[in-house]
Design a protein around this ligand. Structure first.
Ligand SMILES: [Zn+2]
Length: 177
């Protein structure tokens, strides 16, 4: 282990293994062992172990990682990662619908939801794909809605740049599964 590099926590390893279904994340491989924890953006660059930047690969696929033609590059790993999150149930029904809605209508990146639904989008928020505006103050009320919205119990969400990037990768990864 290189100096100054802390071990990956047991919880993070577990989260990554669960995300990948305890198999290599490459859909055409899915080897069950030996599994390794790979940083999508290299450790040397990011200097931290973070769920969003890590993926489980078998030793064979890990060895094929690189930026030369035919190797598994960073962009491909990000596509595989996006695919895993969606197919293996990290995100709930509402979160998938939000991702899908933005995939279909890329300009519609804002959502207003009842406050009690906050928990249902908590993983998108945790992963930095969605952010919640602190107040409704600057929200421009759109008049075309059928229901009058009680702004005192509403929360305003917006897909982040990272979220848009995720959706792009997810869309391009869809044919993989
Ligand atoms: Zn593999």
């Amino acid at each position: 282990m290189p100096q100054g590099r802390p071990p990956i926590s047991a919880q993070l390893k577990r989260d990554l293994l669960v995300e990948a279904g305890h198999r290599c994340a490459i859909p055409t491989c899915r080897a069950a062992e030996p599994l390794e924890f790979e940083h999508i953006d290299d450790w040397a660059k990011v200097k931290k172990h973070e769920f969003a930047n890590m993926i489980v690969l078998c030793r064979n696929c890990h060895g094929r990682k690189g930026s030369r033609p035919g190797q598994i590059d960073r962009k491909a790993l990000m596509q595989y990662k996006a695919n895993l999150a969606v197919v293996n149930g990290r995100y709930g029904e509402l979160e998938l619908r939000i991702l899908d809605a933005v995939a279909r209508k890329p300009l519609q990146t804002e959502f207003v939801l009842p406050a009690y639904m906050g928990l249902m989008v908590s993983y998108l928020i945790k992963d930095g794909l969605l952010r919640r505006h602190e107040t409704m103050q600057d929200y421009k009320v759109r008049t075309e809605g059928i229901f009058a919205l009680d702004l005192s119990v509403a929360q305003w969400y917006e897909i982040t740049e990272k979220g848009i990037d995720f959706i792009e990768r997810w869309k391009s990864a869809r044919p993989l599964d």
